[in-house]
Design a protein around this ligand. Structure first.
Ligand code: COA
Length: 152
Protein backbone atom coordinates (compact mmCIF):
# COMPACT_ATOMS: atom_id res chain seq x y z
CA UNK A 1 0.00 0.00 0.00
CA UNK A 2 1.22 3.50 -0.88
CA UNK A 3 2.25 5.93 1.82
CA UNK A 4 -0.11 8.81 2.49
CA UNK A 5 1.23 12.11 3.74
CA UNK A 6 -0.74 14.97 5.29
CA UNK A 7 0.85 18.34 4.55
CA UNK A 8 0.03 22.03 4.38
CA UNK A 9 -1.87 23.20 1.31
CA UNK A 10 0.18 25.14 -1.28
CA UNK A 11 -1.22 27.45 -3.94
CA UNK A 12 -0.24 25.04 -6.69
CA UNK A 13 -2.70 22.53 -5.14
CA UNK A 14 -5.62 24.92 -5.75
CA UNK A 15 -6.80 23.50 -9.10
CA UNK A 16 -6.73 19.95 -7.81
CA UNK A 17 -8.52 20.83 -4.55
CA UNK A 18 -11.20 22.67 -6.53
CA UNK A 19 -11.57 19.62 -8.80
CA UNK A 20 -12.17 17.36 -5.76
CA UNK A 21 -14.56 19.94 -4.24
CA UNK A 22 -16.60 20.04 -7.49
CA UNK A 23 -16.95 16.27 -7.88
CA UNK A 24 -17.78 15.55 -4.23
CA UNK A 25 -19.83 18.47 -2.88
CA UNK A 26 -23.28 19.38 -4.26
CA UNK A 27 -22.88 23.11 -3.48
CA UNK A 28 -19.11 23.53 -4.06
CA UNK A 29 -17.18 26.61 -3.01
CA UNK A 30 -15.85 28.67 -5.92
CA UNK A 31 -12.15 28.53 -6.52
CA UNK A 32 -11.68 32.15 -5.41
CA UNK A 33 -13.36 31.37 -2.05
CA UNK A 34 -10.95 28.48 -1.49
CA UNK A 35 -8.10 30.83 -2.35
CA UNK A 36 -9.41 33.50 0.03
CA UNK A 37 -9.74 31.01 2.89
CA UNK A 38 -6.06 30.21 2.39
CA UNK A 39 -5.12 33.90 2.11
CA UNK A 40 -7.04 34.67 5.33
CA UNK A 41 -5.02 32.03 7.17
CA UNK A 42 -7.55 29.23 7.63
CA UNK A 43 -6.09 25.82 8.46
CA UNK A 44 -5.72 24.07 5.12
CA UNK A 45 -4.25 20.58 4.78
CA UNK A 46 -4.09 18.12 1.93
CA UNK A 47 -3.60 14.35 1.82
CA UNK A 48 -1.18 13.17 -0.84
CA UNK A 49 -0.51 9.66 -2.16
CA UNK A 50 2.50 9.42 -4.48
CA UNK A 51 2.21 12.64 -6.53
CA UNK A 52 -1.56 12.97 -6.23
CA UNK A 53 -3.57 15.13 -3.86
CA UNK A 54 -6.46 12.86 -2.84
CA UNK A 55 -8.28 14.94 -0.23
CA UNK A 56 -8.23 18.13 1.78
CA UNK A 57 -9.63 19.80 4.88
CA UNK A 58 -10.21 23.47 5.64
CA UNK A 59 -10.82 24.59 9.23
CA UNK A 60 -10.55 27.64 11.46
CA UNK A 61 -11.20 29.00 14.91
CA UNK A 62 -14.46 30.77 15.69
CA UNK A 63 -15.56 32.55 18.88
CA UNK A 64 -11.97 32.34 20.21
CA UNK A 65 -12.27 28.84 21.60
CA UNK A 66 -14.25 26.78 19.16
CA UNK A 67 -12.89 24.97 16.13
CA UNK A 68 -14.97 24.76 12.99
CA UNK A 69 -14.54 22.47 9.99
CA UNK A 70 -15.36 24.42 6.82
CA UNK A 71 -14.83 21.71 4.24
CA UNK A 72 -13.49 18.17 4.00
CA UNK A 73 -13.53 16.00 0.91
CA UNK A 74 -11.81 12.93 -0.47
CA UNK A 75 -11.49 11.97 -4.14
CA UNK A 76 -14.10 9.18 -4.65
CA UNK A 77 -11.37 6.91 -6.09
CA UNK A 78 -9.66 6.99 -2.67
CA UNK A 79 -12.67 6.61 -0.37
CA UNK A 80 -12.68 4.21 2.60
CA UNK A 81 -8.89 4.24 2.82
CA UNK A 82 -8.85 6.44 5.97
CA UNK A 83 -7.88 9.57 4.03
CA UNK A 84 -10.74 11.52 5.63
CA UNK A 85 -9.87 10.13 9.07
CA UNK A 86 -6.21 11.14 8.76
CA UNK A 87 -7.20 14.64 7.63
CA UNK A 88 -9.68 15.28 10.41
CA UNK A 89 -7.50 13.74 13.10
CA UNK A 90 -4.64 16.02 12.01
CA UNK A 91 -6.99 19.02 12.17
CA UNK A 92 -8.12 17.92 15.68
CA UNK A 93 -4.46 17.62 16.77
CA UNK A 94 -3.80 21.12 15.39
CA UNK A 95 -6.76 22.53 17.32
CA UNK A 96 -5.48 20.86 20.50
CA UNK A 97 -2.15 22.66 20.10
CA UNK A 98 -4.14 25.88 20.30
CA UNK A 99 -6.06 24.65 23.38
CA UNK A 100 -9.23 24.23 21.34
CA UNK A 101 -11.22 21.27 22.60
CA UNK A 102 -14.64 21.88 21.10
CA UNK A 103 -15.04 21.39 17.36
CA UNK A 104 -18.23 21.86 15.38
CA UNK A 105 -19.39 21.44 11.81
CA UNK A 106 -22.53 21.17 9.72
CA UNK A 107 -23.44 18.23 7.50
CA UNK A 108 -26.21 18.03 4.93
CA UNK A 109 -28.94 15.91 6.53
CA UNK A 110 -29.08 13.81 3.34
CA UNK A 111 -25.35 13.07 3.44
CA UNK A 112 -25.47 9.73 5.26
CA UNK A 113 -21.88 8.88 4.31
CA UNK A 114 -20.54 12.00 6.01
CA UNK A 115 -22.82 11.57 9.04
CA UNK A 116 -21.49 8.01 9.48
CA UNK A 117 -17.96 9.18 8.88
CA UNK A 118 -18.08 11.93 11.53
CA UNK A 119 -19.76 9.55 14.02
CA UNK A 120 -16.90 7.09 13.47
CA UNK A 121 -14.48 9.88 14.48
CA UNK A 122 -16.46 10.63 17.66
CA UNK A 123 -18.66 13.54 16.60
CA UNK A 124 -22.18 13.64 18.01
CA UNK A 125 -25.04 15.08 16.00
CA UNK A 126 -26.94 17.84 17.74
CA UNK A 127 -29.83 19.82 16.39
CA UNK A 128 -31.17 19.77 12.86
CA UNK A 129 -31.21 23.16 11.14
CA UNK A 130 -33.92 23.53 8.51
CA UNK A 131 -33.10 25.25 5.22
CA UNK A 132 -29.43 25.55 6.09
CA UNK A 133 -28.16 25.23 2.50
CA UNK A 134 -28.90 27.46 -0.48
CA UNK A 135 -30.92 24.71 -2.16
CA UNK A 136 -33.15 24.45 0.94
CA UNK A 137 -31.65 21.23 2.35
CA UNK A 138 -31.41 20.76 6.09
CA UNK A 139 -28.20 20.31 8.07
CA UNK A 140 -27.19 18.57 11.24
CA UNK A 141 -24.90 20.44 13.56
CA UNK A 142 -22.28 18.03 14.86
CA UNK A 143 -19.77 18.53 17.63
CA UNK A 144 -16.69 16.89 19.05
CA UNK A 145 -15.54 17.55 22.61
CA UNK A 146 -12.15 16.78 24.07
CA UNK A 147 -11.46 17.27 27.75
CA UNK A 148 -9.15 20.11 28.60
CA UNK A 149 -6.44 18.36 30.62
CA UNK A 150 -3.83 21.08 30.37
CA UNK A 151 -4.21 22.32 33.97
CA UNK A 152 -4.34 18.93 35.72
C1 COA B 1 -17.18 11.73 4.13
C2 COA B 1 -15.77 11.50 3.54
C3 COA B 1 -14.90 12.71 3.83
C4 COA B 1 -15.17 10.23 4.21
O1 COA B 1 -13.83 10.09 3.75
P1 COA B 1 -13.10 8.65 3.67
O2 COA B 1 -11.65 8.90 3.48
O3 COA B 1 -13.78 7.79 2.67
O4 COA B 1 -13.41 8.09 5.12
P2 COA B 1 -12.54 7.02 5.98
O5 COA B 1 -11.98 5.99 5.08
O6 COA B 1 -11.58 7.77 6.83
O7 COA B 1 -13.71 6.38 6.87
C5 COA B 1 -13.63 6.23 8.28
C6 COA B 1 -14.91 5.58 8.76
O8 COA B 1 -16.04 6.44 8.52
C7 COA B 1 -17.20 5.65 8.20
N1 COA B 1 -17.55 5.89 6.80
C8 COA B 1 -16.84 6.58 5.86
N2 COA B 1 -17.49 6.60 4.68
C9 COA B 1 -18.62 5.89 4.86
C10 COA B 1 -19.70 5.52 3.99
N3 COA B 1 -19.71 5.89 2.71
N4 COA B 1 -20.71 4.79 4.50
C11 COA B 1 -20.71 4.38 5.80
N5 COA B 1 -19.70 4.69 6.67
C12 COA B 1 -18.68 5.43 6.21
C13 COA B 1 -16.77 4.19 8.39
O9 COA B 1 -16.99 3.86 9.74
C14 COA B 1 -15.26 4.28 8.09
O10 COA B 1 -14.51 3.22 8.65
P3 COA B 1 -14.41 1.81 7.86
O11 COA B 1 -14.07 2.13 6.43
O12 COA B 1 -13.28 1.10 8.60
O13 COA B 1 -15.75 1.16 8.01
C15 COA B 1 -15.86 11.21 2.02
O14 COA B 1 -16.85 10.24 1.79
C16 COA B 1 -16.20 12.42 1.16
O15 COA B 1 -15.33 13.16 0.73
N6 COA B 1 -17.49 12.65 0.91
C17 COA B 1 -17.92 13.75 0.03
C18 COA B 1 -17.69 15.12 0.64
C19 COA B 1 -18.35 15.24 2.01
O16 COA B 1 -19.44 14.73 2.20
N7 COA B 1 -17.67 15.90 2.95
C20 COA B 1 -18.16 16.03 4.30
C21 COA B 1 -19.12 17.13 4.47
S1 COA B 1 -18.27 18.70 4.45
Amino acid sequence: MSIMIIREFRLDDLNRVYEIEKITIPNPYDMDILRKLFDFGAGFLVAQIKDTVVGYIIFWIVEEDRGHVISLAVDPDYKRQKVGSRLINTAIATFMKFNIFNITLEVNAKNKDALNFYKSIGFKSNKKVSNYYEDGSDAYKMSFELFNNTDI
